[in-house]
Write a protein that binds this ligand. Sequence first.
Ligand code: C5P
Length: 232
Amino acid sequence: MGRDVIVACDFSRKEEVMRFLEQFREKKPFVKIGMELFYAEGPDIVRTIKSMGHKIFLDLKLHDIPNTVKKSMAVLSHLQVDMCNVHAAGTKAMMQAAMEGLKTAEKERPLLIAVTQLTSTSEAMMQQELLIGHPINETVMHYAKNTMESGLDGVVCSPLEAGIVHEVCGAGFLTITPGVRFADGDVGDQQRVTTPARAKEFGSDYIVVGRPITQAKDPVAAYLRCVEEFVG
Ligand code: C5P
C-alpha cells in the first residue's frame, strides 16, 4: 500500500457513519473505525463498511497481557481489516504476541502498528505520574525501536516526528500521523498540527484526518483536497 489519507470516522452510531460515507460515490476513502463506533455497533460495522469497498484501519489500541492480546488479535484477524494497532507500552512480548495472533486467519494479515506515547500525555505527566524519567521524544523513539524489533509495521506519531522515525527505524517502517489541518482550517484541540502537504514533505506514510473532513460543509471536496495535497 502506498501513501494514503485515512478518514477518522469518529461517530458513535451506524446511521451517522452511513450518512457520512454514502456521500463518497466515486473514490472510497480508507477509513478509521475507533473504539467509540466499534463498541457501539460491534464487529458488524466493520463488515458493513468493508463490503462498501473501503479499506479499514481498526483503531482499538490493544494493551493487555500477551496471551489475551494474542487471542483477541486472532479473533480480529477474521474481520480482515487492512490495519490494526496496539500500545507499544504493552512490551515487546505483547507486540510479538499480537503479531502471532494476527497471523491466525489464512488470508493476508493486516498491517500492525503501535501507539508510542499518546499525544494527550505531556512530558510532565509522563515523568511525574508514570515515573518515566526520560524526555518524551526519547521515550517515543525508544518505543518506536521496540516496535520495529518486535516485527511490527510502523507507529502512530506526529507528522513532525515522521522523518526521525524513518531515520531510526528505516524508510520502510510506516508512520501513521494524525494532527493534520488545512492551512486555512480550525486547529481544534490538536496541539502540534501540520498541513497534508507538509506531512508529505516530512515523509508520513498515512495521514489520519477527522474533523477537517467529517465536519466540512463538503466532506468529499475536503477529502479530495487532502488527497491532492498529500498524495499528489
Ligand atoms: O479530528 P481529528 O483530525 O483531530 O482526528 C484525529 C484522529 O486521530 C482522531 O480519531 C484521534 O483519536 C486520532 N489520534 C490522534 N492522536 C493520536 C492518536 C490518534 O489524534 N496520537
